[in-house]
Design a protein around this ligand. Sequence first.
Ligand SMILES: [Zn+2]
Length: 557
Amino acid sequence: MIRFDAISVATPDKAGLTNEYAALDTLLDAGDLGGALRAWDAMRRAFETWSALVHLKFSQDTTDAAAKAAREYADALAPEAADLETAFKRRLLALPDQAGLAREAGGHAVRLWRTDVTAFDPAIKPDLEEESRLTARYTEILASAALSIGGKTVNLAGLAPFAEDPDRTVRHEAETVRWSFFARHGPELDQIYHDLVRLRHGMAGKLGFSNYTPLGYRRMRRVDYGPDDVARYREQVVTHVVPLVTRLLEQRRAAFGWDRLRFWDEALIDPAGNPKPAGGHDFLVAQARTMFDGLDERLGEFFREMESGGFLDLRNRPGKSGGGFCTSFPTVGMPFIFANFTGTHHDIGVFTHEMGHAFQNHRSRDLPNVDYLWPTMEAAEIHSMSLEFLTWPFMHLLVGDAAADRFRRMHLIGALSFLPYGVCVDHFQHEVYANPNATPEERHAIWRRLEQHYMPWTDHGDLAYLVKGGRWQAKPHIYGSPFYYIDYTLAQCCAMQFWSRARRDPKAALNAYVGLCDLGGSAPFQELVRDAGLISPFADGALADVVREAEAFLAGA
Ligand SMILES: [Zn+2]
């Protein structure tokens, strides 16, 4: 069995990497393409494992000076590694026998590399390092939050139970505390984002693009759709989802007897109080074990490996970076789940969402190419968001018998309500990068306008920072992973298709799901979707169909 604490990778340096790449060139010179590709794959797996470990350890304790120094070292080395890697990709793509390369490496890998080489040039190395530094500063500011509420001091993640408390004054206080924190750091957060936008626009210029958007798509390795497809999808959300969410919120307002539904009411989905996990950390881990055993033996066995190998860090604690994610160590083929338990339904997503990523990564560990270990993010989020639906029949284990139906309802309403917000975050970034000379104030105005378009019900009440248009600053993707957000909304459309299939034939849906996980990143998004028997979210009617079924389910039909 593999143990997390036994993973060790030597710290790489520029000279060592340069020598390793020189050895690859020697193999290519000798005509040994297969040998060069295998050696390169092993090198990249080792580098990625080391980099993932360094970033994970920083997230586990952002106040640890050694972890921070290691992260800074890794962030400085990453552009050097990218330089060597891109040069090698260019050499491969210049080989006369491209058909032979595609046979040996995989056709999709070659297509990804063709994209990658257009997104990097040695001239942007200092920019990439600066980008990492700015992003790390954003993470550090958010992780520094020490907020007083209900007689406790909590970080931003720790606000979650207060933000959905059945008591309206508590919810209001939670949002007041949250957005006062953002207001206090507003000038610095504005400056960081302003610097990031200018930096990214500059990088795009150095690479020959007119603005950052095409570069952003390439950095996300999107090879089979573009901004026009995404814009059409956003409008499908406006047509099919926004009216439904408006109606659902109006029902909620009426059920509670409020005169208006305010921003701080949106997180309280269930009039009886949002269902919560029926226990804490140890309880949930034990129940999740039972759930996965019951769902599928492949999932059950894998969860036990994660648990006993120490690949879970789920408790919230001071200094820990916010949010949850799944990372992986390709040398050993094991992923790691990082989360911050808060005692709310969000904890359940750790098992149903992050486990989906982890399971896919594990299933794909032996694919012959490290490029296939993860698919692009919109496909990766299908694995995670679909598992949230496929685990529905087992929810009584996590929330108790009495709350299981209410949990499923809350999850579905949450999934629908997320779509308008998700496309708003995406549209915002398209406008930001199309207008690189905008001032921070103008960016807040862009957000305000788009918020009205996608979430016309929004009523910020007395939360001044939100009235100003500051909500987007709480979203780490906007700072650290530009254009990574539409992915969740595309994946949600696919996940709801799995939900629909599982209602008719759970076994077949689960097998199709595992089949999709097995494909990893061996094909682009729409091809993976097709192979899993799903309809592309870009196809007419794909979103409308699942939304119609969800509406009928919520109406009790
Ligand atoms: Zn995810």
